[in-house]
Design a protein around this ligand. Structure first.
Ligand code: GLN
Length: 195
């Protein structure tokens, strides 16, 4: 099973390490032509405006949308969550617009720009270690979106069918269970597409 990590900007190597720790093959993705060989893709943290712009410049917006249409799973972490959202608070243009949710960038304010905590995540046994860095929050969700985790009553992880989004950086700890969760989604998608 091959999982790509979009490698235009942001935390790529750490994700690849986690994918491999969870037992799949991880590949950095720089060209749209690589998408065809992937079973799933991670959009990493970084700076969402930059990632979104580079995705547009390199033709990734349309190609990742059609990747999603094929039912192939996508996992957005931090800036990647913002890139997946239908709407961004205070911004006219969103990026991929694949997930029915409205997100707010840098939602924790200056006092809590970065912190580490443990979260209860639906579908994952025991608490997950999570690093938040200038993190976004999910402010509104549509009916199709399932909340997987909250922190102080705010949504920090959600799933819509084959799309997964978390506010934090699961790749900056030694806990690879969020990656395991995603890889299980990829396995499921793969087995249901091979009839
Ligand atoms: N603050 C960043 C943004 O708005 C996201 C931060 C991150 O990915 N760690 O794009």
């Amino acid at each position: 099973m091959k999982i790509g990590v979009l490698a235009l900007q942001g935390a790529v190597a750490e994700h690849i390490k986690m994918i491999e720790a969870a037992g799949a093959e991880g590949v950095p993705v720089k060209k749209t032509s690589q998408l065809a060989e992937l079973d799933g893709i991670i959009i990493p943290g970084g700076e969402s405006t930059t990632i979104g712009k580079l995705m547009r410049d390199y033709g990734f917006i349309e190609e990742v949308r059609s990747f999603s249409k094929q039912g192939k799973p996508i996992f957005g972490t931090c800036a990647g969550l913002i890139v997946l959202a239908d709407e961004i608070v205070g911004q006219e243009q969103a990026h991929l617009q694949l997930m029915d949710m409205k997100v707010q960038r840098n939602a924790f304010g200056r006092q809590r720009e970065s912190f580490e905590t443990e979260l209860t995540v639906k579908g994952v046994d025991d608490k997950v270690r999570a690093v938040f860095i200038r993190a976004p929050l999910i402010r509104e969700i549509g009916d199709r979106v399932d909340v997987l985790s909250e922190h102080n009553g705010e949504i920090v992880a959600a799933r819509q069918d084959h799309l997964l989004a978390v506010s934090f950086h699961p790749e900056l700890t030694d806990d690879y269970r969020m990656h395991q969760y995603f890889i299980d989604m990829v396995k499921e998608a793969k087995s249901s597409s091979v009839q």
